[in-house]
Design a protein around this ligand. Structure first.
Ligand SMILES: [Zn+2]
Length: 242
């Protein structure tokens, strides 16, 4: 059996793994965990305990309003589809007691679709970046985006940096793609440091999840529209527990 960890270990350290994805809704997580006789007291579960039963049902109803086929079509959608998705996301968020709290998968699917739509309509790069960053937060990555958003003038030196990012979640192959989108949009908007940290996390995810080297990772993304200059940076990111 092989295990890839998200941080360095020393002999004797305890290993943790998720029994259930944090992206599932609370009732589902609770059901799975109770079959292992767990009562989870993580930050998300504590928050979810304050949510109302009716809201879980309403959120579930909203999440089922659109099927995978809808999202497959929506990617090629118009301004109308964007407005529809914006409203749908807001409707789902309104089912939470605190609409600004961390969200789960119900918001993720419409949000990532909306992000791609914003990205395809080049007049909305800020909106695309914001939506991808929110997807990143849903996946469990947490860092102060504003700290990295200052525009660099003159450009940063190519000297390597080491970033530290709080992370709590389970890895999935979608992670690397989201960070590549963040990297591309941040760079095009002049947020060089944000682009660098995103690239670094994308490479880290590709390494952990697919066993790809930096070179192999970069080769996949060099193509139409991806800024080659950013690939000159070789920063590293360390993931730490929240
Ligand atoms: Zn929990």
């Amino acid at each position: 059996m092989f295990v890839t960890t998200t941080k360095n270990l020393v002999a004797g350290d305890q290993l943790f793994l998720s029994y259930v994805s944090k992206l599932h809704a609370y009732p589902k997580r609770k059901e799975v965990l109770s079959s292992f006789s767990f009562k989870c007291t993580c930050r998300l579960c504590i928050l979810d305990q304050t949510e109302l039963e009716n809201n879980f049902q309403e959120r579930q109803r909203l999440a089922e309003k659109y099927d995978p086929e809808y999202y497959a079509q929506a990617i090629r959608g118009s301004a109308n589809t964007m407005a529809q998705l914006e409203k749908h996301i807001q409707d789902i968020k309104n089912t939470y007691v605190d609409p600004d709290r961390p969200h789960t998968m119900e918001v993720f699917m419409p949000l990532i679709t909306l992000a791609s739509l914003y990205a395809n309509k080049t007049s909305f790069p800020e909106k695309a970046l914001k939506a991808y960053l929110e997807c990143m937060r849903i996946l469990g990555f947490d860092f102060d985006v504003d700290e990295y958003k200052s525009k660099q003038s003159p450009p940063l030196s190519t000297e390597s940096m080491n970033f530290i990012v709080q992370y709590q979640g389970s890895f999935d192959d979608i992670h690397s793609d989201i960070f590549i989108h963040i990297c591309k949009h941040a760079y095009s908007l002049g947020y060089e440091k944000l682009a660098r940290i995103a690239l670094s996390i994308s490479r880290l995810c590709a390494k952990i999840f697919k066993g790809l080297s930096e070179n192999e990772h970069d080769k996949i993304h060099i193509g139409v529209g991806f800024p080659k200059q950013i690939l000159l940076f070789h920063d590293s990111t360390q993931l730490i527990d929240k």
